[in-house]
Design a protein around this ligand. Structure first.
Ligand SMILES: [Mn+2]
Length: 285
């Protein structure tokens, strides 16, 4: 197309994983699953492709042998597409990619509220001494001041940690944590109200590690953790940002080799559809 309002981008990069590799094949599996999507979103009452010219911008060419080089390529690629403050949906790839995305977003929007859906904190200082991995992107982002302190969130956290210090070192970075158990026991409506209060009036960036979903709903991922959200709960929370100023959404860590019947890719493509619907709804209101 000659011009576009919203871009969808694949980032087939998984050289930052600590356990099962394969998320580099996420974008192609999500595109395949997206063939089942239809034009109208009844939950938000909007036609995302009717409101916006949405372009599939294809996949970025990312260096699989150098994480630092790939980070530069992702920053440049995302910056070029978001130029003019166009909303974007990005399919990973492993969670390393959210660091260069946030760098690009911060350059364009200033301080943004980061809403991070994940089983894991992803704020570990290093892995085996490595600074740039899929377990460290939000630690680097905090150090670089890329998101709004005390206005950001981890949602869906669960599973074993290396030690209690994992929580202590995260506590100073400006996130509030809603665990998977919080979502279950207190309910999505209460959590959503609190999330909206947390983000305030900042532009919002939503990063969705598909492992926030229970492995029953997303088996195709690198580091599954039992006891996660249902896809229905996650969709409710994402839709809850309707009319808010959401500037971008990523869905990462879909690893099709471990998927069953395309369940995980289907969840990811639907999450992308909901993101596009959020952008459209805000544009027409
Ligand atoms: Mn993650």
């Amino acid at each position: 197309v000659d011009s576009y309002d919203v871009a969808v981008l694949g980032v087939p990069f998984d050289s930052g994983v600590s356990f099962r590799p394969g998320a580099r094949f996420g974008p192609s599996a999500i595109r395949e699953a997206s063939r089942l999507l239809k034009p109208f979103n009844p939950a938000l009452h909007v036609e995302p492709f009717g409101v916006h010219q949405v372009v599939d911008a294809g996949d970025l060419g990312v260096n699989p042998f150098s994480i630092e080089a790939a980070i530069e390529q992702i920053d440049a690629g995302v910056s070029a597409l978001v130029n003019g403050l166009k909303p974007i949906v990005i399919f990973g790839g492993d969670h390393t990619i959210s660091l260069p995305i946030l760098r690009a977003m911060h350059r364009l929007y200033g301080k943004i509220a980061l809403v991070h859906f994940d089983a894991h904190l992803d704020t570990w200082p290093t892995y085996f001494g490595a600074e740039y991995t899929h377990g460290t992107p939000f630690r680097r982002a905090a150090e670089e001041g890329l998101f709004a302190y005390e206005c950001s969130a981890h949602v869906g956290i669960r599973g074993p940690l290396y030690g209690v210090e994992d929580l202590e070192q995260d506590a100073g970075l400006g996130f509030r944590i809603w665990s998977a158990l919080d979502v279950d026991r207190r309910g999505v409506e209460v959590i959503l109200d609190e999330l909206k209060e947390q983000v305030g009036e900042h532009p919002i960036y939503i990063s969705i590690d598909v492992d926030v979903l229970d492995p029953a709903f997303a088996p195709g991922t690198g580091t599954p953790e039992v006891g996660g959200l249902s896809s229905r709960e996650l969709l409710y929370l994402i839709r809850g940002f309707a009319l808010k100023h959401v500037v971008g959404v990523d869905v990462v860590e879909v690893a099709p080799a471990y998927d069953s019947a395309g369940i995980t890719a289907s969840a990811a493509s639907t999450l992308g559809f909901e993101a596009l619907s959020l952008f459209a709804l805000r544009a027409v209101n």
